[in-house]
Design a protein around this ligand. Structure first.
Ligand code: UFG
Length: 354
């Protein structure tokens, strides 16, 4: 089976590519490297000993997307490509709607044109907004609270309408909770541009000496220790969720949403503690006021994915932290091999990489 992976060079995309290749799938990657580096794909080839084609294109360029479908017999698409920073989406919402919503629409149109109707969409727990109760089940009302989250919600709605209009589509909406960790090889991992917004990359960069101190956003939430609680999930477990969804859609049509989380919440202080234990590094921190838009507690009820997809997260918080640390320790500046200031070698025109 040949799977088209959009955004395959990104954090979750690259880990999913590894699992797909190791489980016998062929893949084609499409990426515009706006927030990722070709080096991650070289590492995917190194880990798996397999090769694949990569197209450097933007999904907004319909002709280029069509070319990929003309060049290959594609059986299913996993759609990761998209902008993903909550704060940035508040500052430049039109870029988010243009890139995420319009880019997705073009992809879906081309899929329909070529009768490729199996799709896994990379959604997010952010579509739940501020949940009334936890753990969160898939059937609660969606109420995203920022433009990034609304792009995910809108794309889900577009796909619901599409699947209802044409029952030959098979679509899985995978709502990720908080992916952290890295592949056990230490060759691929999360590599944010600039100061990380997310907790784990920030902690790892402190441990490697790139940042001084963690600012913990709020210590007066109604949680056991006052810090925010999230459902952290190992990125390899998350990647495996995509393979299980692919297997499921071989036999089932229609559209379903699934929470991909562990079902267990950890506070910021618990994560800091786990990281310190497995890495042997002390993480200095200070409490500052709450980050605007943050919620107190968010964790999944993953029962639906377990029942229907036969998937469940296997790795605990210590393994997540140990793998994140191995990646950071082996790659202190991420995929920037020479120095952080080295500009990424970006291709200058639409092209195909081998
Ligand atoms: N936190 C800090 N200091 C930091 C960074 C984070 O205290 O420097 C805290 C946050 O306040 C929160 C927890 O660590 O309590 C996790 O924060 P992250 O930024 O890592 O993750 P979020 O839960 O805020 O958001 C993530 C993704 C979103 C996605 C959402 C889905 O970044 O894209 O999960 O639930 F939408």
């Amino acid at each position: 089976m040949t799977i088209l992976v959009t955004g395959g060079a990104g954090y979750i995309g690259s880990h999913t590519c590894v699992e797909l290749l190791q489980h016998g799938y062929d893949i084609i990657v499409v990426d515009n490297f706006s927030n990722s580096r070709p080096e991650s794909l070289h590492r995917v080839k190194q880990i798996t000993g397999r090769t694949f084609q990569t197209y450097y294109i933007n999904l907004l360029d319909k002709k280029s997307v069509e070319k990929v479908f003309l060049d290959h017999q594609i059986d299913a698409v996993i759609h990761f490509a998209g902008l993903k920073a909550v704060g940035e989406s508040v500052a430049v919402p039109l870029q988010y709607y243009q890139n995420n919503v319009k880019g997705s629409l073009i992809l879906f149109e081309v899929m329909e044109q070529f009768s490729v109707k199996k799709l896994i969409f990379s959604s997010s727990a952010t579509v739940y907004g501020n949940p009334k109760t936890v753990p969160i089940t898939e059937d609660v009302e969606l109420r995203a609270t920022n433009p990034y989250g609304r792009t995910k919600q809108m794309i889900e709605e577009i796909l619901l309408d599409t699947a209802h209009a044409d029952s030959s589509w098979s679509i899985a909406l995978l709502r990720y909770f908080n992916p952290i960790g890295a592949h056990e090889s230490g060759l691929i991992g999360e590599d944010p541009e600039g100061p990380p917004n997310n907790l784990l990359p920030y902690i790892s960069q402190i441990a490697i000496g790139r940042r001084e101190q963690l600012r913990i956003f709020g210590n007066n939430y109604p949680t056991a220790d006052g810090t925010g609680v999230r459902d952290y999930i190992h990125v390899v477990d998350l990647a495996m969720g995509h393979l299980k969804a692919l297997e499921h859609m071989q036999k089932n049509h229609g559209i379903e949403a699934y929470n991909l989380g562990t079902g267990k919440g950890y506070s910021v202080l618990e994560v800091v503690d786990a990281f310190e234990r497995v890495s042997g590094n002390q993480i200095p921190y200070t409490f500052v006021k709450r980050r605007p838009g943050d919620i107190s507690s968010c964790f999944a009820d993953p029962a639906k994915a377990k029942k229907q997809l036969a998937w469940q997260a296997m790795r605990g918080i210590e393994e997540m932290c140990a793998d994140a640390w191995r990646w950071q320790r082996n790659n202190p500046t991420g995929y920037r091999i020479i120095s952080e200031k080295t500009p990424m070698q970006k291709p200058t025109s639409v092209f195909l990489m081998h």
